[in-house]
Design a protein around this ligand. Sequence first.
Ligand code: ADP
Length: 633
Amino acid sequence: MSERNSRFSVVKKDGRLILRALRLVRSFAPGLMFCTLFSSLLSVVQTYLNIYLPAMILDEFSGERRLNTLIVLVSVFLGAELVLHTAQKFLNVKSSVFGKLCQLKEEMYLNQKSFSLDYPAMEDPAIRMERQTISENRGGGGLNTVVEYVNALFSSVLSIFTAVALLCEIFSCHAQTALSGFLRFADSDWALLCLGALVLVAMIHIGRITAVNGMDVYRSSLEMPQIYKVSHYYSNEYLDDASALKDVHIFGQQQTILDSFSRAFSRWTQTCIHMQNKNGKIILASSVTNALFRALTYLFVAVKTYVGAFGIGSFYKYSACISNLIQSSGQIVATIVNLHIVTTYFQLFFDYLDLPAAQQQPGAPIPDSENGAYEIEFHHVFFRYPHTDADVLEDVNLKIRSGETLAVVGVNGSGKTTLIKLMCGLYKPTKGYISLNGTDIQALDRGEYMKLFSVVFQDFKLFSFSLGFNVAASTDYDPKKAEQCLTDAGMGERLRDFYNGLETPIYKDFDINGIEISGGEAQKIAIARAIYKDGPIVVLDEPTAALDPIAEAEVYEHFNGIIKGKTAVFISHRLSSCRFCDRIVVFRRGHILQTGTHTELLSDGSGEYFRLWQAQAQYYQQEAFAQEHRQLL
Ligand code: ADP
């Protein structure tokens, strides 16, 4: 592609993005564009009235000096100033409110988009990175910068047209007396045309310097978010995270963190200096060119005034117009560069908005079940995570019968949690399918399907809101039911310490009086949340990993109360807790190695389950022996 064609396609692409951004901004804050453009229009009118009327007043003073005319001119000038200034201030206040509204709606829009994505897309590291970059770049003003730049273009173009229109008057202003030599040339239309050509050259020169250095400043500025990311990571993950501070102190990481800050800071300084130098070049080039041409135009207008082509008022008027002309031309180029730069943000933003949303069409209803009996079956299921090249589950065939308690065991990384994610419909199998009462779950309505599951994931998350909100996963909850669920999960006694009952906030992110809870307590609240949901299928992924032995025993004591005869899938490393399950499946490297009851599996002395059981039992036997030995001593 030739350079011209490629430039043309860049302009076309920028244009499309700018129009799309403008449409979106208009839908966010319909009055923003109007207020901003109207305010600019008034500002240009005010600028030129400030030139035109004082020029007329000066001409009147140096000419006929009619008192009535002077009074009218001064009154019009002051009146226009008052009206235009007030209207502009009013519009500016409105624009800034609309601008803020636009920013908030943009953020909301982005959040809505994020939540419309399906789970794999939300978990996809590339998409998460994209979203992070968008958030970091929004600091620069977000979508409504398009209004700012379009407005700058509008006022510059308007200013240039007005200046040129006023300057055209000069063609009809000539000395009334005969001139010779330089003065004759200076008074001729040729001199004016030459000056016009020179001004054009100056504008192009400033434009080029602005464009080249502006793009360079932009390229350097791309490094900034990366630098901020490092320092933000340390601030957020280490300094602001109370649990990380323990590690920082124990492992003496203070200096390492300070060194990283310092490295980020020195990169930040270098980038800033580079940007400053480039910006300095732009400022120097435009100031020098501006000063030279201003001097030249003042000279020209001064000569015209000297030879009597026009009065002192017009001297002021024309020189101000030429100065505005040069300044507005520079601003047009700078704005075009800025618009091109900001389109990279728009591109990122729209790419994110264009990500396919999760299934929107309502799927088939959940197949009828007798007395809430749901049977889930994996049929030759294979699964591989996005951006990876190995299957995590391979040819899994498994039927989970209604009302059954199934334990899933296996070493770390064998695919147990992945099995659960697939069963809950968070991920689709790469090959094979999963059915609910005989119907492929992909055909079912996602929302309705997910309602079937009460899950406690290993890496569950509680929020810094009220305890009741956390149990019910909603602000609207039944307090009696929430309390009962907390009691069932073993939090009944601790609930008494919550000074405002279920309305007490947990953690301190929003409220200094929020209650800090331990890992075990958090796990109990997560269990209470699963009980509150009351789905017909209960999934517990390592539900007691963070609990103390008494709390763990309590959970198992209440286990039947928690699952209440529902279908239950239970992942645990503590094999003794799986003994009471109807069936146990043993996973290894994404395969089901064994299936059976505890007794059946233990009877296979060469099996994986026996090996895992022995490894744990041995530890307890040694402990028991040591204790016995200590007692004897
Ligand atoms: P388990 O629950 O048995 O410990 P998982 O199902 O969590 O095992 O993980 C199985 C394998 O899948 C592991 O090798 C893990 O690294 C990989 N894995 C888990 N989650 C992801 C993910 N989001 N992206 C890529 N790989 C993953």
